[in-house]
Design a protein around this ligand. Structure first.
Ligand code: HEC
Length: 192
């Protein structure tokens, strides 16, 4: 028999079940559509930055600081089109200093998210983002560049520039002979 109290309890538990399913998706500000042509972001030395909260100046201040700093929430950092770090709000993921890691697939149609998360995201080569980036000295807030203490990646600066220039989400642009050769070397190294 359903007393009013039982009915209330049922309604309440259904509401409790329903909340996560309906509330989480819109509350997450980041989706595949968040990510576009890497070259539409702001270049800093060899990588690109943006800020999802419209706070690009604060992101640039840290990126350009000779002594490092803590990137503000909303910061987006990319070296290659398929790998992204996004700074979430303070306290979101203390273990990763609030960075969320993304591994994307990109094509002329746009981006899709292959993997996203915190300490457990691996790239398509099986490398754990966090395991490498955590080696950056603390003042660099997990940003590696070439000299912040991370293990190196097997890409020369010409290779990264050529990869940035051939992001399929961007308008086509001219490559230099050096960049074309770098892409050919990468293809050969990948076995095709
Ligand atoms: C083998 C270690 C390693 C792995 C694995 C790795 N990275 Fe990196 N990452 C680096 C290094 C080293 C650089 C700097 C390279 C350079 O500037 O030439 C870098 C650069 C970057 C940058 C540009 C800012 C910076 O730190 O210099 C971003 C963003 C980034 N990686 C995200 C990721 C994401 C996301 C993943 C996983 C999907 C990932 N990385 C996996 C080592 C790694």
């Amino acid at each position: 028999m359903r007393t009013p109290a039982t009915r209330l309890l049922l309604a309440f538990s259904f509401a409790a079940l329903a909340i996560p399913a309906h509330a989480e998706a819109p509350a997450d500000p980041i989706s595949a559509e968040t990510f576009g042509c890497i070259r539409d972001m702001t270049p800093v030395r060899g990588f690109y930055v943006d800020n999802l909260d419209g706070n690009l100046e604060a992101t640039l201040a840290v990126a350009n600081s000779p002594t490092g700093g803590v990137y503000p929430p909303g910061s987006v950092v990319q070296l290659v089109p398929t790998e992204v770090m996004v700074k979430r709000e303070a306290g979101f993921s203390p273990a990763t200093r609030d960075w969320e890691f993304f591994e994307l697939d990109v094509s002329a149609e746009g981006s899709t998210i292959r993997a996203r998360g915190f300490a457990d995201v691996v790239n398509r080569f099986g490398g754990n983002c966090f395991a490498c980036h955590v080696k950056a000295r603390p003042e660099w807030d997990m940003i590696c560049e070439q000299d912040h203490g991370c293990d190196p990646i097997p890409l020369t600066q010409v290779m990264t520039r050529a990869i940035q220039k051939t992001d399929p989400r961007c308008e086509p642009t001219e490559l230099t002979t050096e960049e074309i050769e770098a892409l050919q070397a990468l293809q050969a190294a990948a076995g095709g």
